[in-house]
Write a protein that binds this ligand. Structure first.
Ligand SMILES: [Zn+2]
Length: 300
């Protein structure tokens, strides 16, 4: 049995996947925001709960926002800031009395969808979470690519490719730079672009809905968004050339992206013919926790 834990900013979820692939147990609790010790205790208690529910002991994989720094062994790059600089990769195995595998939450999305989701059977998968941020992850042959700095797939803090005059130097980003992909393609980025172009303060999903109703400002905003997404994904395709790109996160529910972006990205890709598929995550919000469980893969 495989246990996956998704450590999110607002909730912690755990599932147990039985050897036949069935979900044998599922539990979630609110994240003890700001409290590392209680976060550890909550994970340990969730693992105990799903093992009791499923009646078996399991391997444990944990998806985290951020990553374990190969240099220090401590958590880095997490927007759940109370785990940054903490020895999660030492504390949790000791607490659970077994080895624990960790991966970034977008890497877990890539692994989940490559294992038995929207990219099942694909040799190489690039997955992005477009929501409050723009995380990204890579799975090759159903294994997560971590990288020597543990940042493989982190496209969100690259500069937006081929910026126009009105996109340069771009909005300030929390990482300290300007014009990062995340500042344009995250939900807040889309919402800000709409408001800055004469629209009102709306969420990204509401802007997409207004575009569906034919509102001119929202249509123009979505067209800008889609061209930016095409540029940002086009540069990934030029480097990695994945078989499938999976979109997860709140903005992955915007249907028009799947038709519009592939029409736009040819202009940015160094190929006469682009066969790359772009699909919505099949497991939705559950992909993080499922991918964490698959950090202990099936024997091939
Ligand atoms: Zn940035």
């Amino acid at each position: 049995m495989r246990i996956g834990v998704d450590l999110g900013g607002t909730k912690i979820e755990a599932i147990a996947i039985a050897d036949d692939g069935r979900v044998a147990a599922r539990r979630r609790v609110a994240a003890p925001r700001g409290d590392y010790e209680r976060t550890l205790a909550a994970i340990a208690s969730l693992v105990g709960d799903v093992e009791r529910d499923a009646g078996a002991r399991g391997t444990v994989g944990v998806g985290i926002p951020g990553t374990i720094s190969p240099a220090s062994g401590l958590v880095k790059n997490s927007n759940s800031t109370w785990i940054n600089g903490r020895p999660l990769a030492d504390d949790l195995p000791r607490l659970l009395d077994r080895p624990v595998r960790f991966a970034n939450d977008a890497n877990c999305l890539a692994l989940s969808e490559a294992t038995d989701g929207a990219a099942a059977g694909a040799a190489s998968v690039f997955a992005v979470i477009i929501g409050t941020g723009t995380g990204g992850g890579i799975a090759i042959d159903r294994r997560v690519v971590t990288g020597c700095n543990a940042i493989a797939g982190e496209w969100g803090h690259n500069p937006l490719p081929a910026p126009g005059a009105d996109e340069w130097p771009g909005p300030e980003c929390y990482c300290g730079r300007r014009g990062c992909i995340e500042t344009f393609l995250s939900g807040p980025g889309l919402a800000r672009d709409y408001a800055a172009s004469g629209g009102t303060e709306l969420t990204a999903i509401d802007v997409a809905r207004l575009a569906g109703e034919g509102e001119a400002g929202a249509l123009a905003c979505m067209a800008r968004y889609e061209d930016r997404l095409a540029r940002a994904l086009g540069s990934v395709i030029n480097v990695l050339d994945p078989d499938v790109i999976v979109l997860g996160g709140g903005l992955s529910n915007i249907d028009r992206l799947y038709a519009s972006v592939p029409k736009l990205w040819n202009a940015y890709i160094f190929s006469d013919d682009v066969r790359t598929k772009i699909v919505r995550a099949a497991h939705g919000d559950a992909s993080g926790v499922r991918g964490a469980a698959w950090l202990w893969p099936r024997e091939m």
